[in-house]
Design a protein around this ligand. Structure first.
Ligand code: SF4
Ligand code: SF4
Length: 336
């Protein structure tokens, strides 16, 4: 892929630099489902070049799944995700957002959390938070049967605010970052938060949960040649130049298939737009999930993100397991 050879330090460019080449359509799940160019980057960037406002682009801005698959392929190195998030921030906040805005303001006035007692912290996403048994298993595994702290709900709120385009009060954000600066290692389940943390704390050691688990020797031993390993796309695209090598090593060593082939390149099984992600409208992700699975010769699906599990189970007859479930409680790879 052309974009994979871009220099990581090449400055990101603005919507004005979009040439309209449409290469990003090749990987965009919104284009695949809608065939409506007005909902895609060249559609709304070209419209913006002719003076349309954020309000005119509202449908497009809401429909983007923020999978970030378009960024590696863009020859102009346009900051597509950053532009979409900025447009979300410019859109007038609908009524359902007011609760989140009020919560952000309330959190800005909270007392600072005490300093972490460990050098590592896990920032789980909403789905992992909702499964405490699996969350405890992840901590045991990554802590080598020891333990380390799990972030409180402030990281969940910040993730949600980023996704929805709600302003995060500076005081709240700085307090959250101050806590993280004391850590040696930060493991992040939410890919959008991971992307921002890498920008906010460029010197910190921050990795995605999928990378952390798939780098664990016992987890790796649990993978096999008939697995489809579903990469969480946001975390992947936040650091694709490095992670493409990580997953290639996994493929060579364990022979599993990945959702990395052209047009299914790390596109989310849960291809949800903003209202669907926030639970305001019904998700319409089964077509996308079938496409990710189409033509695969596999016996099992392994996921990095629990968000993917329900829809994958719904449209396939294969067992779907989270990476942490590849290892039993004794720390040994589960037999398939
Ligand atoms: S982030 Fe994903 S859904 Fe949004 S424009 Fe890019 S490829 Fe399409
Ligand atoms: S790949 Fe980049 S330059 Fe080409 S249409 Fe998409 S956003 Fe514009």
């Amino acid at each position: 892929m052309l974009g994979y050879f871009k220099n990581a330090f090449t400055p990101r460019r603005d919507h004005a630099d979009c040439s309209g080449c449409s290469l990003c359509l090749l990987v965009c799940p919104v284009w695949r489902q809608s065939r409506d160019v007005s909902l895609t980057p060249p559609g709304h960037f070209k419209a913006m070049q002719h003076g349309t406002s954020a309000a005119d682009a509202a449908a497009s801005v809401e429909n983007c799944t923020l999978c970030m698959a378009c960024e590696p392929v863009c020859p102009e190195n346009i900051d597509i995700t950053g532009i979409i998030l900025e447009l979300r921030r410019q859109l007038a906040a609908p009524a359902w957002m007011h609760g989140l805005q009020a919560r952000m303001t309330e959190m800005a006035g909270r007392k600072a959390a005490s300093a972490p007692s460990s050098s590592t912290m896990l920032l789980p996403d909403q789905a992992l938070h909702a499964h405490p048994d699996l969350l405890a298993r992840v901590v045991r595994l990554l802590g080598n049967n020891g333990t380390f702290p799990v972030s409180d709900d402030s990281s969940l709120d910040i993730s949600l605010a980023l996704e929805a385009g709600v302003a995060i009060p500076e005081q709240h954000l700085q307090r959250f970052l101050k806590l993280l600066r004391r850590l040696k290692k930060i493991i992040v389940a939410d890919g959008l938060l991971l992307r921002h943390l890498k920008q906010w704390l460029p010197k910190a050691d921050i990795i995605g949960l999928g990378e952390a688990l798939s780098g664990h020797p016992a987890v790796r031993r649990g993978l096999c040649t008939t697995d489809l390993y579903v990469i969480e796309p946001r975390a992947y695209h936040s650091d694709y130049q490095r992670l493409v090598k990580h997953y290639d090593r996994l493929r060579v060593a364990h022979g599993c298939a990945f959702n990395l082939d052209l047009q299914r390149i790390a596109i989310p099984a849960t291809a949800r737009n903003l209202p669907q992600r926030l639970g305001l409208t019904m998700p319409n992700d089964e077509g996308q999930t079938r496409w990710v699975l189409h033509g695969r010769n596999i016996n099992r699906i392994v996921v990095e993100s629990l968000e993917e599990r329900a829809v994958l189970e719904k449209v396939s007859n294969f067992p779907v397991v989270h990476l942490a479930e590849l290892v039993d409680d004794g720390g040994h790879a589960q037999q398939t």
